[in-house]
Design a protein around this ligand. Structure first.
Ligand SMILES: Nc1ncnc2c1ncn2[C@@H]1O[C@H](COP(=O)(O)OP(=O)(O)OP(=O)(O)O)[C@@H](O)[C@H]1O
Length: 257
């Protein structure tokens, strides 16, 4: 595997050092008496692949919703690409890409129609979308199935299309919420090559996953438990600290309470 070669993790720990793509301080979100995200603080470096891990219900999606302007924090603060997550929510939307396991594509539209639709949502005209799709051809090979109806595509191709739609407007930060949940191991591995290529080009990638082999491809990991971040470091640093052979072992040690 070229892009996502685990042996490159050491180099990646220094990737994107400098100004932060995301900063979060004491970010908290309650639903009634329930504290879903509890005084969370962290920074994500520009160009970093930041893995945001946690068991079901740990508070990952709630955190992402606050960072992407979909949910107001109860308290605390944060910036995304230098913009305030409370007062500059609208401006943040044009700087970020978002893709989830559900892919959010229109199944009844052709592939190219989905691209033009999402390009339009991001303010691109047809010529700009066509130009960007041509630029992405080498990476995503969309032309082979551009005229097919999206609903008829196998999951791996749908995933590539969803990624293309999320990066048409060249976002500075790409949020991926369990992006590989629906695809087979070959498509997952291919997808991580794409993620590495994007990060190599300077895009910051903020990704949640339940696959611990994927966690190993990230520059740094945050592990969340019951609304709090209980560990944050590189995969190598985390394994060394707990003297364990895999991120999965550390993850289970930290969240299986
Ligand atoms: N709108 C809401 N109202 C009440 N509780 C909520 C709401 N949204 C989330 N929660 C609760 O907050 C907690 C955190 O949910 P969240 O979806 O952020 O977890 P997660 O880490 O993303 O989990 P998963 O891996 O299952 O996606 C859960 O207990 C969830 O039930």
């Amino acid at each position: 595997m070229k892009g996502a070669d685990k042996s490159k993790n050491t180099d990646r720990q220094t990737a994107g050092q400098g100004p932060h793509a995301v900063t979060v301080r004491d970010l908290t979100r309650t639903f009634g008496d329930f504290v879903a995200v509890d005084h969370v603080s962290f920074d994500v470096r520009k160009g970093e692949i930041f893995g945001f891990l946690g068991a079901n219900g740990a508070g990952k999606t709630t955190t992402i919703k606050m960072l992407t302007g979909l949910l107001a924090p109860s308290s605390g603060s944060g910036t995304v690409d230098g913009l305030d997550i409370v007062s500059q929510r609208r401006a943040i939307r044009s700087r970020i890409g978002y893709m989830s396991q559900r892919f959010s594509l229109y199944d009844d539209l052709k592939v190219e129609e989905n691209l033009f639709f999402f390009g339009g949502v991001y303010g691109l005209n047809r010529a700009q979308v066509a130009g960007r799709v041509a630029d992405l051809e080498g990476m995503l090979s969309l032309s082979a199935f551009a005229r097919r109806v999206t609903g008829s595509l196998p999951p791996g191709q749908k995933q590539r299309l969803a990624l293309a739609c999320a990066i048409l407007h060249r976002p500075a930060i790409l949020f991926l919420d369990e992006p590989t949940g629906a695809v087979d191991p070959i498509a997952r591995r291919y997808f991580w090559d794409l993620i590495s290529t994007l990060a190599g080009g300077g895009t910051t990638v903020f990704v949640t996953t339940h696959y611990m082999d994927e966690a190993e491809y990230c520059h740094r990991l945050s592990i969340m438990y019951a609304g709090r971040i209980v560990e944050i470091d590189s995969p190598a640093g985390i394994k060394k600290k707990y003297n364990m052979a895999s991120v999965e072992d550390v993850f289970i040690h930290l969240v299986d309470r």
